[in-house]
Structures are given as structure tokens and as C-alpha cells.
Design a protein around this ligand. Structure first.
Ligand SMILES: O=C(O)CCC(=O)C(=O)O
Ligand SMILES: [Mn+2]
Length: 198
């Protein structure tokens, strides 16, 4: 099994982010990309930005254990039950992450014009020092990190088909992350962030 210790921390301080670029084999990743594209209840949800309602620049879905409701911008969402593909992915990353996840936010980036703005996953419901397991399939996209206080501290990695990124420790207190728009990418990408709702 791959272990965290074989992978260096991508952050210079105040957090812990490890990347496993080829966590799932290419054929397995193709199969999972297909299953997730077909069997997830993808929706484009509205969000409120500066008092105005706009559509999110990607499709999303929320899956998890029964009873683990999730509140996001004032809206409480009940998770859908795990699919086979999600259960399989979860079972592969949990021994490496050293935790058991109970929910997952899924994002579908239709092409390079879809994105995720700078944010921290620091909601109260995730508890202190949340462990977040992020799995990506499809188009390779940049994943950017910037320190909350020291604006010159930045990091960027490419999340490829079948990669696994683990964020833990003080990362969500001290670092923002996001997925920028990228010109010329026409292929879709799916990202799953497995979480623990406490
Ligand atoms: O798509 C990604 O790689 C990041 C997703 C993310 O940050 C999130 O779902 O909170
Ligand atoms: Mn996030």
C-alpha cells in the first residue's frame, strides 16, 4: 500500500498536503470516470454572491451516510446514498488517509471554463483540523493553494486522472485553495472531496 511518509508535504509550513499522482491505475480511472459521469445526480446549483444569485460555475452533488446533513450557504442538504463507485474509491483511500469518511462533495467541471474559487473547507461541521481526501478523474487541472496571511506563499500542483490529494493538519486554517479556469481545456473533470462531518 502507498503510505503518506513516501510523499513529501507540498506546503512549506502551517499545513499538510500530500499528492499521490497515480493512485488509481489508468484503466480503473477510466472505468470510475465513466461510472461517476453516468450514475451521479449532477446539478447546477445557484449561490448568492454579494447579494446576487448566480449559478455555480460547475455541477455538484452531495453523497454520504444517512443522517449526515450538510449546511452550505444557509441551505441544509441531505446526502444521497453512496454509489458502488464511491464506496470503492472510499475503501481505497481510507487506509492511506487513516480515517473513515462519512460524506463527499462531488464537483463536475464541464470544461476549462468551469472552476472553483478560492476558499477554505473550514466549516464548523468539519471540526478542527479536518482530513479531506480529494480524488480526481478526467482532464488534468491546476489546483492552487495560497497562504491566508503571507500572500507571497503559494503552491500549485496538477491533479491528473486517478490522482489522490490528502489535506490534513492545520491546512484549512491557514491556506486557501481553488481550481482556476484554464483556456483550451475541452474535456470534463470530476473531483470528489471525501470529508468527515462531525
Ligand atoms: O476540484 C478540486 O480539486 C477541489 C474541490 C474542492 O476544493 C472542494 O470541493 O472543496
Ligand atoms: Mn475545497
Amino acid at each position: 500500500m502507498e503510505s503518506i511518509e513516501q510523499h513529501i508535504n507540498l506546503l512549506p509550513k502551517d499545513g499538510d498536503v500530500r499528492l499521490f499522482p497515480h493512485f488509481f491505475r489508468p484503466e480503473e480511472s477510466d472505468r470510475l470516470l465513466h461510472a461517476l459521469t453516468e450514475n451521479i445526480a449532477w446539478k447546477q446549483e445557484p449561490i448568492v454572491i454579494m447579494g446576487r444569485q448566480v449559478m455555480q460555475p460547475r455541477l455538484t452533488a452531495w453523497y454520504g451516510n444517512e443522517g449526515k446533513a450538510y449546511t452550505y450557504s444557509g441551505v441544509t442538504m441531505q446526502p444521497l446514498p453512496w454509489t458502488d463507485a464511491l464506496r470503492f474509491i472510499k475503501s481505497k483511500i481510507e487506509p492511506v488517509a487513516g480515517v473513515v469518511f462519512n460524506s463527499a462533495l462531488l464537483n463536475f467541471y464541464r470544461n476549462g471554463n468551469d472552476s472553483m474559487g478560492w476558499h477554505r473547507d473550514n466549516e464548523r461541521s468539519l471540526g478542527p483540523q479536518p482530513v479531506i481526501g480529494s480524488v480526481s478523474f478526467g482532464a488534468a487541472r491546476y489546483f492552487q493553494l495560497k497562504h491566508a496571511k503571507e500572500k507571497t506563499l503559494r503552491q500549485q500542483v496538477v491533479l491528473t486522472h486517478g490522482s489522490f490529494l490528502l489535506m490534513r493538519g492545520h491546512t484549512q486554517e491557514n491556506w486557501y485553495h481553488g481550481v482556476p479556469k484554464t483556456a483550451r481545456i475541452t474535456e470534463p473533470r470530476i473531483n470528489i472531496t471525501f470529508r468527515i462531518i462531525v
